[in-house]
Design a protein around this ligand. Structure first.
Ligand SMILES: C[S@@+](CC[C@H](N)C(=O)[O-])C[C@H]1O[C@@H](n2cnc3c(N)ncnc32)[C@H](O)[C@@H]1O
Length: 261
């Protein structure tokens, strides 16, 4: 995995990221429900980006957790987190930490939970799981929110944007992640919860997302490939949807829960 390449992408996208993404409360509600009998939670959100999910986790878990660490290796993403969430009075319980998932800045067996949202495909899962298992207490949880390769192939991009599935080789299937976790002593898969979200947008807004590389998948195209793919995408949308200002589709995601015992 080319770390420099991806850090460059997140450096460029950081100022716009917060306004571009749809934040789904449902997985966080599910996590809060899962943790309803756990008190005094020490936790970190790994690959937290601008902190939109770290902040939501804090809203849902505030009675149970004194602090949630937001871990990211992109300083620019963490600066956005500071501006949007942790820099104000309410955000004192969120702490930005510039670090990599490969070497989490916590003592062994010190955390109750690790969360990672939309980031596992940027990590090497075997390292993520072994480092997570090191810092988790016995009984601790890892919550991974992601879209699977198969889910990606059914969304608006996977269905209508040329080469999207061929280019996006980083995503996993849940069985892959379960296998990586099962190789780490003491770690096992506990639960999976799929989510579906009806979405809508205009064709022009979707094309802008591609043009400005607002998903890292678009950085995997050469400029010529991307131009050609955008043209074809626009034609595909024209053929498949009557109203170009109201393109509708379903996004699918999954929450995977692992436990250390
Ligand atoms: C697609 S973004 C998701 C951000 C956030 N979790 C969200 O859902 O909005 C992926 C994040 O993973 C971070 N990341 C990538 N490699 C990392 C690494 N080695 N260690 C820590 N964070 C990393 C990126 O900087 C980026 O902020």
């Amino acid at each position: 995995m080319n770390t420099h390449y991806h850090s460059e992408h997140f450096r460029k996208i950081a100022p716009h990221y917060q306004s571009l993404r749809t934040t789904d409360a449902e997985p966080v509600e599910y996590i809060a429900h899962h943790l309803k009998s756990v008190a005094d939670i020490h936790a970190a959100d790994v690959g937290c980006g601008t902190g939109r999910y770290t902040s939501l986790l804090m809203q849902y878990l505030q009675d149970k957790t004194p602090i949630i660490h937001g871990i990211d290796y992109s300083i620019e993403m963490l600066k956005q987190m500071h501006t949007h969430f942790s820099g104000n009075g309410r955000g004192k319980a969120l702490r930005e930490v510039n670090a990599s998932y490969m070497k989490l800045p916590f003592k062994s067996e010190s955390l109750d939970c690790l969360f990672t949202f939309n980031a596992i495909h940027h990590f090497m899962p075997e390292i993520f799981f072994s480092e997570s298992a090191r810092v988790l207490k016995n009984g601790g949880y890892i919550f991974i929110y992601t879209r699977l390769r198969s889910q990606n192939s059914r969304n608006i991009w996977g269905r209508y944007f040329p080469l999207f599935n061929e280019k996006e080789t980083r995503l996993h299937e849940s069985g892959d992640l379960e296998r990586y976790a099962s190789k780490v002593p003491g770690l096992h898969w506990a639960q999976s919860q799929p989510f579906t979200f009806p979405r809508s947008s205009s064709a022009n807004s979707l094309l802008r997302l591609a043009k400005y590389h607002h998903y890292s998948t678009f950085t995997l195209y050469t400029p010529d490939e991307l131009d050609g793919a955008m043209q074809e995408f626009s034609e595909n949308l024209g053929l498949s949807f009557v109203d170009q200002d109201n393109i509708q589709w379903i996004d699918e995601n999954i929450l995977l829960v692992f436990q250390k015992e």
